[in-house]
Design a protein around this ligand. Structure first.
Ligand SMILES: [Zn+2]
Length: 258
């Protein structure tokens, strides 16, 4: 069985002391590939370092995270673009719009501008986009509506939307939805929504160190815990774990063009 963690922040300090063990535990859980999104100019070196250290396991992404969009965004965007043009990355992420945190809402206009720039860049470079859309589906959709065609593809990371939002994403044609620990949370409406989405539209992710699945809530999340989400998805769709692994892995390989 092979699983792919399509989104894990392995370059954060949370993994500084035990990255090697975390990778080992991931492999024991069947997680063979982990995609590592960028945040801003301060995280680029660490991402390069660990993807060179684990070339067959850690796959680097490059982008300017909406939560990092501040007054110096033009300069930050330029750095990200330079890196995207100068070495191999597997996608542009994470990018998007965050209208959840007060500090980010203040930069809404700039966030939209930064997102749109990176969407255009993705089409030019034929790379998937990994989208953060917390409290911002309408704003994200209006950017995608403007640019969507056969050259645009990617993942709506940490999808927690409703069925009509899922349907809109499916209709775009090139997008998958990333499903993580939230699927296992008590009282979450997500299982009911996900039950009505065919597995061919889904990929798995941890978003570690954040959002650990049940029964690991309160702990640091890591790729090995993907198994809990995969099992939950198998329950919801009434299929075997192997089937979930097979389909979601195929989807991840397809969207990241491995
Ligand atoms: Zn993330």
């Amino acid at each position: 069985m092979q699983l792919i963690d399509t989104h894990s922040h392995l370059s954060t300090d949370n993994f500084k002391s035990d990255l090697d063990l975390a990778i080992q535990r991931a492999k024991e859980a069947g997680v063979t590939k982990i995609f590592n999104p960028n945040t801003d100019s301060t995280t680029i070196d660490r991402i390069a370092e660990i993807s060179e250290q684990y070339p067959d396991t850690i796959y680097p992404l490059m982008g300017l995270d909406p939560g990092a969009v501040r007054d110096n965004f033009e300069q930050e965007l330029q750095i990200v673009e330079q890196h995207l043009r100068s070495r191999k990355y597997y996608g542009i992420g994470e990018i998007g719009i965050d209208l959840y945190w007060e500090d980010n809402i203040k930069y809404k206009t700039q966030q939209i501008q930064v997102f749109e720039h990176q969407v255009k860049l993705a089409k030019e470079l034929t790379l998937p986009i990994i989208i953060h859309s917390r409290n911002s589906f309408d704003e994200v959709f209006s950017v995608i509506d403007k640019h969507n065609d056969e050259k645009l593809f990617g993942i709506f990371h940490c999808f927690t939307g409703n069925l009509s939002q899922a349907q809109k994403i499916i209709e775009y044609g090139g997008f998958k939805m990333g499903i993580g620990g939230v699927l296992t949370y008590k009282n979450s409406p997500l299982p009911q929504v996900v039950k009505n989405i065919a597995l061919e539209h889904l990929v798995l992710e941890t978003d570690s160190p954040y959002l650990p699945p049940v029964p690991k809530r309160g702990k640091r999340n890591e790729s090995a815990f993907l198994l809990f989400t995969a099992n939950k998805l198998a329950d919801i769709h009434e299929v075997t774990l192997d089937e979930v692994a097979q389909i979601t892995t195929k989807n991840a390989i397809e969207v990241y063009r491995l």
